[in-house]
Design a protein around this ligand. Structure first.
Ligand code: MV4
Length: 504
């Protein structure tokens, strides 16, 4: 049985994994780069080891060094988190060879799903719907036009080694086809060292809906329902919610069934996510399967009550799943907003730097997964996502109102953050009405860029200033031994509310 877990990651997800380890009575081991000596995951872990310089390639991606630390620390298992080595089959193999448990699926599952064309072929064989298109690598440019004409324009060229939006080309007309093909191929060759390219029909305004699945080593499979992930910018998700406003019970059952079929086709073990494109007519198509725990897993945890990290560790221990499909229900509504240290008004430029003050949202129906603290310097070497705010309420509208309240409470100074940007999403008509697809952000960009909230911080500063004036006035009054009425903070707030300066 696992007694000590090495977490091969940093940031909020490393802390998230260690939290479940602590609840389960397991010791946790942190690895860190030279830029991360003061990072939260190092402070949270029971033991911590430096694995190299700031550059990821030399630290968080250094397979040999990480295995060495696992051996020295006598860790029984390694949790890879997301990103970094989480979907690297060489890493899973090295962990296995070292006699350590990899908390994740088999090498075969990682390899199969990592190659998009192989995954696509397997789905076709397994009867899982895929976007109409080719089954093979297109290696003869002379066949391009015939294939595209058969599928019908617009089409999409995708690199087999790509995924997550990398190595894709949209082609609307035949005249652009050959050029796009050559670009996609050379791009894939230099980026992935693999230039296999395939073609799909382009789905015009799809939803991105994914299903969480969980499987044990005894052949039990369940899905934990969907997550609506259509609010994204440049293939970076910004807001996720569950249930999806588009979903019906019938569609959910059909998609959940296919998600499980996809997982079964690779004898999947552990936590995984099956991504689908869904069009407005409720046609759905397998896109890819992510063989890791995902950033947005907390909304599933909040609505189902399942601790996914704990379930991953139990499965890695060889235990059967603690729940059957019939035990699982979606309870209420959960929304996640990702908070990035970035300046959306300056082309979403990352904003590393020292965090001055933080006030995190708390109270009913609230969860924040983060890792930065006051005085912490966010390094520029890694992902700029600093936290996730997860709201829960019985209904979607209440979950939105609660998220707005949370983002109003959330204060970070020292670095620019995307808090005002996601707060604006919560006020966008299309979002509030649940009437959005993957083009939501580009369609609403002007609205999202103007935040009325700018005056709120300013008003609060003035309120504090007035309260201070009130205090000094009181001191003076006491000295004068007189009893003159003075302005106070609440009177000022009342004035501001009447003038509609401050929205409370
Ligand atoms: C598509 C598509 C439309 N039609 N494939 C983007 C990420 C990668 N996993 C696949 N992607 C897409 N593939 C066909 N045949 C539209 C997208 C797409 C998208 C998908 C999910 C979430 C956001 C997206 C944003 C732009 C395009």
């Amino acid at each position: 049985m696992i007694r000590k877990v090495l977490v091969a990651n940093r940031g909020e997800i490393a802390v998230r994994v260690m939290r479940s380890c602590r609840e389960m009575g397991l010791r946790s081991v942190a690895i860190y780069s030279e830029a991360d000596r003061t990072a939260m995951h190092v402070r949270y872990a029971d033991e911590a080891y430096c694995v190299g310089p700031a550059t990821s390639a030399e630290s968080y991606l250094n397979i040999e060094k990480i295995i060495e630390v696992a051996k020295v620390s006598k860790s029984d298992a390694i949790h890879p988190g997301y990103g970094f080595l989480s979907e690297n089959a060489n890493f899973a193999e090295a962990v296995d060879k070292a006699g350590i448990i990899f908390i994740g699926p088999s090498i075969h599952a990682i390899n199969t799903m990592g190659d998009k064309l192989t995954a696509r072929q397997l789905m076709i064989e397994s009867g899982v719907p895929v976007v109409p298109g080719t089954k093979e690598n297109i290696d003869d440019p002379n066949k391009l036009k015939t294939i595209a004409a058969e599928i019908g324009y617009p089409i999409m060229l995708k690199a087999s080694a790509g995924g997550g939006g990398k190595g894709m080309r949209l082609v609307r007309e035949e005249k652009d086809l050959v050029n796009a093909y050559n670009m996609a191929k050379s791009e894939a060759r230099s980026a992935f060292g693999d230039d296999a390219v395939y073609m799909e029909k382009y789905i015009e305004s799809p939803h991105h809906i994914e299903f969480q699945i969980m499987a044990d080593q005894h052949g039990n499979y369940v899905h934990l329902f969907e997550r609506e992930c259509s609010v994204q910018r440049r293939h970076q998700k910004v807001v996720e919610e569950t249930p999806s406003p588009l979903m019906t019970p019938e569609l959910r059952n059909k998609m959940g069934e296919q998600a499980i079929a996809a997982a079964k086709s690779v004898d999947y073990v552990g936590a995984g996510t099956v991504e689908f494109l869904v069009d407005n007519d409720h046609n759905f198509y397998f896109l890819e399967m992510n063989t890791r725990l995902q950033v947005e897993h907390p909304i599933t945890e909040r609505t189902t009550g399942v601790d996914l990290v704990k379930a991953q560790i139990n499965v890695a221990n060889g235990l059967p799943l603690e729940f059957k499909q019939d035990d699982l229900r979606q309870n209420g509504h959960a929304i996640e907003c990702r908070i990035y240290a970035e300046d959306h008004k300056n082309n979403f430029m990352p904003c590393p730097g020292v965090v001055k003050n933080i006030t995190e949202p708390m109270g009913l129906g609230m969860r924040t997964d983060g890792y930065v603290y006051e005085g912490y310097e966010i390094p520029f070497h890694y992902d700029p996502m600093i936290s996730k705010v997860i709201s829960w309420a019985p209904t979607r509208m209440e979950a939105i109102d609660r998220m707005k309240r949370a983002l109003y409470e959330y204060k970070i100074t020292g670095v620019k953050t995307s808090i005002p940007f996601v707060a604006r999403i919560m006020e966008a008509k299309d979002f509030v009405e649940g009437n959005y697809d993957t083009h939501f952000i580009e369609k609403n960009m002007d609205f999202l860029m103007t935040d009325e909230d700018d005056c709120t911080d300013y008003c609060e500063d003035i309120a504090l200033f007035v309260a201070f004036l009130d205090y000094t006035q009181k001191l003076k009054d006491a000295a004068d031994k007189s009893n003159v009425a003075t302005p106070n903070q609440s009177a000022w707030k009342e004035y501001a509310r009447r003038k509609n300066i401050l929205r409370l």
